[in-house]
Design a protein around this ligand. Structure first.
Ligand code: 16G
Length: 244
């Protein structure tokens, strides 16, 4: 699909011609969602253009969301996104939600550790400045597709060893009788940019959902304060409404 430069768009700049060739190849199914693009060097050789030209075309297509770059493993055609429909009336975990759909949940750890609490963590979790907070931050993945970034904060009393969370936070809390039974969730719209956009493999400025979940134990004590960013193109949140 990397036609030579003469076959492109006539007088258009080379990187635009190359960009169009790649777009056409995806549109016509020559390369499909999830497929790897040849290396920058191979494209430059085959298309008879400089590597700078290839880089410029690829960067534009990453920005527009057609291609995704994964650190260390190369450039791929963005995977097809299937939207996930998520109920807003049940208190479930990401691992449960994905398992119910027959998808495999995994995580890339961004952070797990014990820190002095921030002012909002102190307020929500009811901590004093002398107490510590346990943080577990993860990129949540379903079948290789990055779905959400979750940054959870818990009191150290509830999660003394954040390292003990291997896959499911709720499963770990369940083992010590600390699984929440109720939560309040607030959803707001954000345009994502920077490092978080790159983690979720979305172009800068993409519409995403910021979700704050405050979860409670049966005793009424707050157990979890989680701030998440969910991909706007991957999620539908659905709630059933009843006449009073
Ligand atoms: C959900 C929750 C999150 C919770 C996580 C536990 C939302 C917006 N967030 O993703 O607050 O910490 O599940 O999942 O629903 P895990 O047990 O799979 O780690």
């Amino acid at each position: 699909f990397l036609l030579d430069r003469a076959s492109g768009g006539g007088g258009a700049p080379l990187y635009l011609q190359l960009k169009k060739n790649i777009e056409d190849a995806v549109r016509h199914g020559v390369i499909g969602p999830g497929d790897a693009l040849p290396s920058e060097r191979d494209i430059a050789l085959k298309a008879d253009v400089s590597r700078v030209t290839v880089r410029k075309a690829v960067q534009d297509l990453v920005k527009s969301g057609l291609l995704v770059q994964r650190h260390g493993s190369g450039t791929f055609v963005a995977p097809r996104r299937e939207r996930v429909e998520q109920s807003l009336s049940r208190l479930t975990s990401f691992t449960d939600d994905m398992a119910r759909r027959g998808m495999t949940a995994s995580s890339v750890w961004l952070d797990k550790g014990i820190y002095p609490p921030s002012p909002d963590e102190m307020m929500v979790l009811g901590l004093s400045a002398k107490e510590m907070v346990a943080r577990v931050s993860r990129l949540r993945i379903a079948n290789d597709i990055p779905m959400a970034i979750e940054r959870a904060s818990l009191s150290v009393a509830a999660l003394p060893d954040p390292g003990s969370v291997v896959s499911s936070l709720y499963a770990t809390l369940e083992e010590t009788g600390n699984r929440p039974i109720r939560a309040v969730q607030r959803i707001s719209a954000v345009n994502l940019a920077g490092a978080d956009a790159r983690l979720l493999e979305v172009p800068d400025g993409s519409a995403c959902l910021h979700i704050e979940r405050i979860s409670y134990l049966a005793s009424g004590k707050v157990i979890e304060f989680t701030r998440s960013i969910y991909r706007g193109d991957a999620y539908d949140f659905v709630a059933e409404l009843r006449l009073s």
